[in-house]
Every structure is written in C-alpha cells, then in structure tokens.
Ligand binder design. Structure first.
Ligand code: CA
Length: 221
C-alpha cells in the first residue's frame, strides 16, 4: 500500500512517517500544498493523509482541486480540534474522513485501515482461500490454523493483491505499491516476494496471468 503524507510540521511528519513505515506502508512525504497536489495527481495513492493548514496552498484548496481533477484516492484530513467548520468544509469537498489533531497514533492507523478497506469495497477484514486465512487488520496469516510469518515487503505485495481480489495487477503496479520514491527497486523484487509467499501460503493463492501479472482469486460468496 502506498500512502501520501502531507504534513508541514517536521516533528509530526517524522513521527507519522516512521509509524506508517513500521506498519508496512510505502510512504511519500510532502510538506506543502503545491507539492501535495502534484504528487497526488501523478501517482495513484491508496490513501492521502492531508493536513489542512499548509504553506503554498491551503489543504482545502488542494482537496477541491484533486476531486475536481478526478483523483479518486481516499483522503483523510487532519485538522485542529476547534476547526469544526474546516472539517465540515473538508467533508463536503470530498474528504472521506477526518482526524482531530493531536491524534492518537493507533486511532490514525485504524482509520487508515478502515478507509482502505472501504475503498476496496470490503467491509470484512478477513480473507479466506482454501486453508489460508489472512486478517488484514491484525496482519495475522494462518495456513491450516498454523501461524505463518510474513516479511514486511511480502506483506506489502500480498496486501496490494488482496485490496482487489479477482483483479490482475501488473508487476509495475505492484512495484508502485511497494516502494516509495527514495527506495531502490531491484528488477526482480516482485517475483522474489511472490516466490516467498507461494512457499509459505501454497502455490494456488497467488495466480500468475501470463503476460499480464498476478491476482488473488475472489472469495466465493
Ligand atoms: Ca500544518
């Protein structure tokens, strides 16, 4: 999952950046509204965490511009406790949810997970296929009820595929979810992680669609 963090306060920015990375997200951090707009229109983020008080361009203006220009990423706005009118304006302008600053970091993570789930059209946080069970909230993965340890990057690949079961993702699309701007990408990284996942979860969960990419099958209702 690739997130855009828009925050001009360096202390909050660094704290949140570390937190999100520890939680396995690939994160790009920008510190003003103009940069936020450029980044969000350039890249298909799984979520944008948007501070409203920003230099160069106000967060609300950024939000309106993004929605006008058909940016569909879920947007979580962050605002000061007393800024009720600002939050209302934000929701009306197309924000999906808001969080009040200073926010609790666990609450922030939970809201991010909920918005990503909702964007994927999933109310459920558990995916089951054969004897594999994956909880995307707790990141617990079991095979025949035995816990399996998955590395952070393998998890990022798995999560990208789980976001839209039944939909094919190309290698480039998975790479985008995996790596933020400054990270290095080795050319066969995605294959390596998928190979690792298949060893742990069995060969039939992640399917190769020749010449197109990979998918995880839809759960039968
Ligand atoms: Ca600010």
């Amino acid at each position: 999952m690739r997130l855009l963090l828009v925050e001009d306060d360096p202390m909050i920015g660094e704290t949140v950046l570390d937190l999100l990375r520890e939680d396995g997200y690939a994160v790009d951090w920008v510190r003003d509204g103009a940069m936020a707009e450029t980044a969000a229109l350039d890249q298909d983020y799984d979520l944008i965490l948007l501070d409203l008080g920003l230099p160069r361009k106000d967060g609300l203006d950024v939000l309106r511009e993004l929605r006008t220009r058909k940016c569909r990423s879920p947007i979580l706005i962050a605002s000061a406790r007393d800024a009720v009118q600002q939050r209302i304006a934000g929701l009306d302008a197309g924000a999906d949810d808001y969080i009040v600053k200073p926010y609790d970091l666990d609450e922030l993570l939970a809201r991010i997970r909920a918005l990503i789930r909702r964007a994927a059209g999933r109310a459920e946080s558990v995916y089951e296929h054969g004897n594999v069970r994956i909880n995307t909230n707790t990141k617990e993965v079991t095979v025949e009820n035995e816990p399996v340890t998955i590395s952070a990057r393998e998890w990022a690949v798995l999560e990208a595929l789980l976001a839209r079961p039944g939909l094919i993702l190309s290698r480039a699309q998975i790479e985008e979810k995996l790596f933020a701007w400054k990270d290095e990408i080795s050319s066969n990284a995605v294959e390596v992680y998928i190979h690792g996942l298949r060893k742990k979860l069995g060969a039939d969960l992640i399917q190769t669609v020749r010449g197109m990419g990979y998918l995880i099958p839809k759960v039968k209702p």
